[in-house]
Ligand binder design. Structure first.
Ligand SMILES: *[C@@H]1O[C@H](CO)[C@@H](O)[C@H](O)[C@H]1NC(C)=O
Ligand SMILES: *[C@@H]1O[C@H](CO)[C@@H](O)[C@H](O)[C@H]1NC(C)=O
Length: 319
């Protein structure tokens, strides 16, 4: 807990230092010239303005006074949506479990096509590279395309399957789908337990060594995010408690990895490494934190907020 607080202050104090003069991109080989120039600018006022937003998405008092200008309308609307509850009886959140489409409608037909597709996919084939990576037997053959065993982002489709099947099950309560996705989660858990560190992936953890060393690798966090989001959906939408345990174990593993990078190199280095796209890592971690209340999950979420990107968005810089 003590270390968590120290780390939060480190992030707050160094957040801006970490982006000064660095490119902000999702591909380290590409230059986003405008952002680079702005961040490299000698204008201290402008830089401080950016800095003050890096890890603070609330409106500053000055911005609040300026509210009402045309281009602020969307933001005011959003603030109103956040502050005020919808008028009684007008809008209310409804669980997907309580919504059914008419089978004969075009939407019902589309849903049924989607359901058939999800049922058509084979658990052994989806699991193939996860099993291979964990060193457990691999019956069947792997899928091709994005899931081909030579593709560096393999496994992300499986993460998407976990999310899609959770949503589809909530929308249909199809038993066959429920069995299929439960088998998938249970077998992924077997892979995770075999590896024993919390790591769960269709590719070796060596990809993360390359990510952390800022060497060429294809978006390993993007892929891991899909798996984490899939497990979270299996827990929160499909009510599978095993999925939450697997997810928190995975997060423990990546928490240690990120802290290790910051200790070994610097927070600046960590933020630079995020230039290789990291998908919705912050999003899934904030969602997880809202369930667990574990401060570690909040800190790790913050560490995936990219200051060079969000800081500029917050001050509405345009390129
Ligand atoms: C520096 O930035 C501030 C804030 O954006 C701006 O008002 C000011 O004109 C800039 N100064 C120079 C010298 O460009
Ligand atoms: C794992 O997947 C296989 C299909 O390969 C299935 O028969 C088995 O029931 C699954 N294991 C669990 C624990 O669900």
């Amino acid at each position: 807990m003590g270390f968590v607080l120290v780390l939060v202050s480190m992030v707050l104090v160094w957040g801006y230092g970490g982006v000064e003069g660095k490119e902000c991109t999702n591909e380290p080989t590409q230059s986003h010239t405008f952002r680079y120039n702005l961040l490299a600018s000698k204008n201290q006022t402008w830089k401080e303005e950016v800095m003050s937003h890096s890890h603070n998405y609330h409106l500053t008092p000055r911005e609040e006074e300026e509210g009402g200008q045309d281009d602020d309308d969307w933001r005011m609307l959003y603030e109103k949506m956040k502050m005020k509850k919808a008028p009684e009886g007008l809008l209310k959140q409804v669980s997907l479990h309580d919504v059914r489409l008419h089978g004969g409608s075009i939407h019902g037909q589309a849903q049924n096509t989607n359901l058939k597709y999800l049922l058509m996919l084979d658990v052994d084939r989806l699991l193939w590279s996860f099993r291979k990576n964990a060193g457990v037997p691999t019956p069947g053959t792997p899928y091709g395309g994005w899931e081909d065993p030579t593709i560096e982002v393999r496994g992300h489709f499986v993460g998407n399957y976990l999310s899609a099947s959770a949503l589809m099950w909530a929308s249909t309560h199809n038993e066959e789908l429920k069995n299929k996705m439960s088998e998938l989660v249970a077998n992924l858990s077997i892979c995770q337990q075999k590896i024993r560190t919390g790591y769960l992936s269709a590719f070796p953890s060596e990809f993360f060594d390359r990510f952390e060393a800022i060497q060429h690798v294809w978006a390993p966090y993007y892929t891991i995010h899909k798996i984490m989001a899939g497990l979270l959906d299996q827990h929160s939408i499909a009510e599978n408690p095993q999925a939450l345990k697997m997810l928190t174990w995975m997060v423990d593993y990546f928490y240690k990895r990120v802290l290790n990078v910051i200790r070994k190199y610097s927070i600046d280095w960590h933020y630079q490494s995020l230039n290789e796209e990291t998908g919705g890592m912050n999003d899934v971690l904030y969602r997880l934190y809202s369930i667990t209340g574990d401060p570690k999950h909040l800190v790790l979420a913050h560490l995936f907020d990219k200051p060079c990107f969000l800081g500029l968005l917050a001050v509405k810089a345009r390129s």
